[in-house]
Design a protein around this ligand. Structure first.
Ligand code: BDR
Ligand code: CA
Length: 314
């Protein structure tokens, strides 16, 4: 069993990730926290509760967190995720439980209540996680690790060099990376490489389970965009995206990581939001002149995409 907290900006692929987390028997999903990112905080909160309910996890506590990044202006991704952040699907949204607990307070509560050190999986701009680290550093230090979807050691998507989550709130990435909590970066180097086939999606469509049918619809929505951009492997039709991050927590053998110093560009230049992964084996002139290389992060550089896709389908 892994005790897990998930921070989301649901978000089509966040919905896939939540569905998988809700159903996998090795995951004890303790809490889900919402942050503005792919969609507005209100839409994220609604989408998240709707998806958890369909996945049979309506009992998992959900809380609203930051409605915008720490410093930057909020910018959504409606062109990718649809006007409501969930491919335009209108799902039944269960009543909120009426508790008004903030995302950071829910994370704190569940970290303290967890029988073993929990893993925090962040699939969105890192604003809530950064706030937790600033407000309750001693509580955050109890985390087993932070596994975040974001960043890149190669090309970006939001900009030529910056991945969306990292670009949306670079200052939050800096806070997370500079913390001494063990951190795994599941970035764009692997994000598009774990993807489902037509056969996988057809199997989900044939299932009588509403959660499987929901996942199929979400994959169909992503299929157009992923194949358009030619970023997914031959023979597949849609990336697992954020869901791959959760699959890799359950099945770490599907992921190859290397520990490198990582920093993030937080200035206003065109490289704002770029994660700078130092993959060199030698020191260069910049450090000899005192520049910092960043903190060690386990950066995912390769993924067994077929293996993770099969795990998701099962
Ligand atoms: C990330 O941004 C969103 O589009 C996805 O949900 C994922 O978290 C990819 O850059
Ligand atoms: Ca996301």
């Amino acid at each position: 069993h892994v005790e897990v907290l998930i921070d989301v900006d649901t978000g089509v692929d966040d919905a896939l990730a939540l569905s998988f987390a809700a159903l996998h028997p090795d995951i004890n999903l303790r809490a889900v926290t919402c942050v503005a990112g792919n969609a507005s905080l209100d839409n994220v909160y609604r989408n998240t509760r709707a998806v958890l309910s369909i996945a049979g996890a309506g009992h998992v506590p959900v809380a609203r967190g930051a409605s915008r990044p720490l410093i930057a202006a909020p910018r959504d991704a409606a062109h990718v995720h649809g006007h409501n952040g969930l491919a335009g699907l209108e799902l039944a949204v269960p009543e909120a439980d009426g508790s008004d607990i903030h995302a950071v307070e829910l994370m704190r509560r569940e970290i303290l209540a967890s029988p073993t050190s929990p893993t925090l999986i962040a699939l969105a701009p890192l604003t809530n996680v950064a706030l937790l680290l600033r407000m309750y550093p001693e509580v955050a230090a109890r985390l087993e690790r932070i596994v975040f979807m974001g960043g890149s050691a190669s090309i970006g998507n939001a900009t030529p060099v910056a991945e969306f989550n990292s670009w949306a709130d670079p200052e939050a990435v800096a806070i997370v990376v500079d913390s001494s909590i063990p951190t795994v970066m599941y970035g764009l180097d692997v994000f598009y490489s774990a993807a489902v086939s037509e056969d996988d999606v057809a199997a989900l469509e044939r299932s009588s389970r509403p959660v499987a049918q929901l996942c199929a619809k979400l994959f169909r929505h992503m299929a157009v965009k992923d194949s358009d951009q030619k970023r997914i492997p031959a023979g597949t039709i849609a990336a697992l995206g954020d869901a791959g991050t959760v699959c890799a927590v359950v099945d770490p053998a599907g992921l190859t990581t290397h520990r490198f110093p990582v920093s993030v560009c937080t200035d206003g230049s065109r490289s704002r939001g770029q994660t700078i992964v130092d993959r060199r084996s030698h020191r260069g002139e910049s450090e000899l002149n005192g520049a910092s290389l960043g903190q060690p992060v386990d950066v995912a550089l390769a993924v067994d995409g077929a293996r993770l896709a099969q795990l998701f389908r099962r």
